[in-house]
Design a protein around this ligand. Sequence first.
Ligand code: 5GP
Length: 188
Amino acid sequence: MNKEKHLVVISGPSGSGKDTVVKRLMELHPEVELSISATTREIRPGEKDGVNYVFLSREEFERRIKADEILEYAEYCGNYYGTPKSEVDKRIENGITVILVIEVVGAGNVKRIYPDATTIFVRPPSYSELEDRLRGRGTESEEEIQKRLARAVEEMEYAVDYDEVVINDKIDDCAKEIYELIQKHQQD
Ligand code: 5GP
């Protein structure tokens, strides 16, 4: 199989519940692996360096971009987020399905580099549900929430560029649907 088909890109606005769905998908299918991104944003309570993200200074992130160690990156609400090449290349060559959970600009860049990657956009059932989820997790300041809500509206317009769009109404159903779509694309 074309190695690019092992790459799966999942996006969705902040509050769409995409991280929870992907977590569930990986509990159901442990053979699927998640790429750990690098970021310059501040670590949140409960997060671990090297587990949720690799947390870097802006200087170090920019050094890695120059050293060509980053496959794709984007700025999101004032911080850098990027996929280290080391998270992807070897694994897809070895036939492992790797999931990138990344925002829309980075997703577009991945699709240009790997046109056969599968891209899936996760929509929340409604805007008010998205706002409730974003507030409910209580990890961001009001200013940060406002920025993310504004960005969510813009991001929703990118859904048309994705191979597939799913609605995250129920976590288990959505995780199952995403897995089936990955299988379908790998067989095409
Ligand atoms: P958060 O701060 O909520 O963890 O992430 C903010 C946004 O950055 C989310 O949409 C998340 O999917 C995205 N993101 C996380 N890692 C990467 C990455 O490596 N590259 C890009 N382009 N976006 C990322």
